[in-house]
Design a protein around this ligand. Structure first.
Ligand code: GRF
Length: 210
């Protein structure tokens, strides 16, 4: 049974958080969400945490003088809640290097496109889906990956694909991708919980469970 921290940003809606909570509750993830860490206590995602009886801890990056101080507060919260895995779900920043070093290959993110496409700083929300439509790709999807020191570049754990359909808008494509996000994130977390993910360079091998 692993203990998971979910991190969300200011206006986080929290649908992936809810998918993770639900998957823990019905046994698809052998784990529990031990804490939700948000940059703003008032976001819908933080409400969802409270509604589910999960501690919602506000940690505002701007309240700290340095990245090192921000990192040490985050690590303190993770330690207090015995966290094994950190899941970013609508968290829009690069995590401080001290956190990544302490939790190397124990921090995941979900991106609403097939990496390495349509990613990087500023590529979030509907910008991602509009870019996919404007480029004319025929499929898109989502990617769960381990987090490294840059945006969206860490080793890929798994991807799920959806068609891009005639007449799609960023809104309709986002909705189709989101359905797959809610399957992909729990699947990736469960592979981690079963110790089945081995990172070799930038390749993630999924080992057969015994
Ligand atoms: C999702 O689209 C996810 O891919 C991206 O941020 C969004 C978060 O949505 N990283 P929600 O708050 O989980 O509903």
């Amino acid at each position: 049974m692993i203990r998971i921290a979910v991190m969300v940003s200011g206006h986080g809606r929290g649908s992936n958080l809810q998918a993770i909570i639900d998957a823990c509750a019905d046994g698809r993830i052998d784990g529990r969400v031990g804490v939700v860490v948000g940059t703003n206590a008032e976001s819908p995602a933080m409400d969802r945490a409270r509604d589910n009886g999960i501690p919602a801890v506000e940690v505002r990056p701007k309240a700290f003088d340095s990245d090192a101080q921000y990192a040490s507060r985050l690590l303190q919260v993770f330690a207090e809640h015995n966290i094994d895995l950190v899941c970013l779900a609508g968290y829009m920043r690069i995590l401080p290097s001290d956190v990544l070093a302490a939790y190397r290959w124990r921090v995941m993110n979900i991106h609403p496109a097939l990496l390495p496409l349509f990613c990087g700083k500023g590529m979030y929300g509907e910008h991602v889906h509009q870019a996919a439509i404007d480029y004319g790709v025929k499929v898109s999807g989502c990617t769960v990956h381990f987090v490294d020191e840059e945006y969206d570049t860490g080793p890929i754990i798994l991807q799920r694909v959806v068609p891009v359909e005639e007449g799609d808008t960023a809104v309709t494509l986002a909705a189709r991708v989101l359905v797959e996000e809610h399957k992909a994130y729990p699947q990736a977390i469960q592979l981690f919980a079963q110790s089945r993910l081995k990172v070799e360079g930038r390749i993630v091998r999924v080992v057969v469970s015994n």
